[in-house]
Write a protein that binds this ligand. Structure first.
Ligand code: FCB
Length: 459
């Protein structure tokens, strides 16, 4: 067997997000987030599912942390719910902060590194009613929320992530309308991009003042965007635009202090530049300590309007992009399994945006688990997915990439946004009726990887 050993101190963890696992949406002072409201709109979420019951993590976190310990996880990536800490985006709610203090203390007592994200898409609905991320003021409300959170937890949290996948918040939420708040206004998505980045920058500053030793980063979703015909200028241009809107529009201001010129030009019709106030880019590009990378698949793109999948609407201003199907294994999300793309993403970051330490903050797969028979779940496909991506990550490390950790998505089966509870990403199965947790084969296998700090054969 090939010996795949990870660098010493490599951080092995699993991830969740508040709205996806907590449940308990109406307790201890929490008010609606945009996802609570979105779930009530008929037809938006498969099965009409909502944040209830979730995996009831709010009430069962002690049991869940004990399970993480049993699995030998070294870190837990979770998100903090803004509508618990500052319901309606308003006053601080001590009960909300107390929950996260208990969670963090329980993790620390089990020697598990807490890895909180401040924003995993649950904007207080009240703030959306005031314009949401299209409003500059929302970035300042986010900084207020970050202040309250870091003042409460800053003495026990070493690494903070500001935002999770701002691309989804801006483009899926405000242009495509398939995520909350469900708006389909391209100019609103453009405004949201800048205000999310500003929110990150303001929060970075707040965290540094309140907890000077803390490390700060952001998590982005990254995909190689591959033109179908690299000899066709139109395909190349579509790939450029999509890469610009998906990746460079975030990476460049964060790590180079400027928006990419081509994307500024592409977004001119949507009034993007009007939101950028002098000094903003300095705030946004203040140094970070790490970049989180969420990786699931690649995008294979064509300029032809006749591709087998229509151009989806989040890519504002892009005409005729299509995403042809290739002959590849796919997950239950219908996403191609493309481990090499992870190596490519990591190498690209290493070359184009050097010197920032990287962590894979999400990677994993939805598959239909067979839970009949013996009560064991032999999720060979999920185990294989994670194993192949760990090999791909290791290839990048061997090529010199400063990759320091890997969090699988997800610890628990959970609410998969517009897909509701129909898709299962957990390495631990959750029976939503009984809330019984059952580690799948992938969890047992991942546990050995974490223990050995090395990849072992799938058994
Ligand atoms: C990512 C999200 C995460 C999860 C996975 C499957 O885009 O950050 O919450 O839903 O996809």
């Amino acid at each position: 067997m090939e010996n795949i050993v990870f660098p010493q101190g490599f951080l092995w963890g699993a991830a969740t997000a508040a709205f996806q696992v907590e449940g308990a949406t109406g307790v201890d002072g929490r008010t609606d987030s945009i996802w609570d409201a979105f779930c009530r709109v008929p037809g938006k979420v498969v099965g009409g599912d909502t944040g209830e019951p979730g995996a009831d993590h709010y009430r069962r976190f002690e049991q869940d942390v004990a399970l993480m310990k049993e699995l030998g996880l070294k870190a837990y990536r979770f998100s903090i719910a803004w509508p618990r800490v500052r319901p309606d985006g308003g006053k601080v709610n001590q009960a909300g902060l107390d929950f996260y203090r208990r969670l963090v203390d329980t993790l620390l007592a089990h020697d598990i590194v807490p890895w909180p994200t401040l924003y995993h898409w649950d904007l207080p609905q009240k703030l959306e009613e005031a314009g949401g991320w299209t409003e500059r003021d929302t970035a300042f409300r986010f900084a207020d929320y970050a202040t309250a959170t870091v003042e409460a937890l800053g003495d026990r949290v070493g690494t903070w992530t500001t935002l999770n996948e701002p691309w989804c918040s801006a483009f899926l939420g405000y242009a495509a309308g398939i995520h909350a708040p469900g708006r389909t206004e391209p100019a609103a998505a453009a405004a949201a991009v800048h205000h999310l980045l500003l929110a990150h920058g303001l929060a970075n500053d707040v965290i540094r003042s309140a907890a000077p030793d803390a490390k700060v980063g952001i998590t982005l979703n990254m995909y190689p965007i591959i033109p179908v015909d690299p000899g066709n200028p139109a395909d190349l241009d579509v790939a450029r635009r999509l890469d610009g809107l998906q990746q460079r529009i975030f990476l460049d201001p964060l790590l180079r202090g400027e928006y990419p010129a081509d994307i500024l030009a592409d977004l001119e019709p949507f009034g993007f530049g009007e939101h950028i106030v002098e000094g903003d880019l300095g705030v946004i590009s203040a140094p970070m300590d790490m970049l989180g990378v969420n990786y699931y698949t690649e995008h294979y793109v064509s300029s032809s309007p006749n591709g087998s999948e229509a151009a989806p609407s989040p890519w504002i201003g892009v005409q005729h992009a299509s995403f042809p199907r290739r002959d590849a294994p796919r997950t239950d999300m219908d996403w191609e399994v493309r481990p090499d793309g992870l190596t490519a993403v990591l190498l690209r970051l290493h070359h184009d945006y050097p010197r920032i330490p990287l962590y894979i903050t999400e990677n994993g797969a939805a598959f239909r688990d067979d839970f009949s028979g013996s009560g064991a779940i032999d999720d060979v496909d999920r185990t294989g997915y994670i194993a192949s991506h760990l090999r791909a990550a290791h290839t990048a490390i061997r090529a010199g990439v400063d990759l320091r950790g890997y969090f699988c998505w997800s610890l628990l089966d959970n609410f998969e946004w517009a897909e509701g509870y129909a898709k299962r990403f957990g390495i631990v199965h959750v029976d939503y009726a009984t809330q019984i947790r059952t580690p799948k084969m992938s969890a047992r296998w991942f546990s050995r990887v974490a223990r050995d700090n090395a990849l072992v054969a799938v058994s």
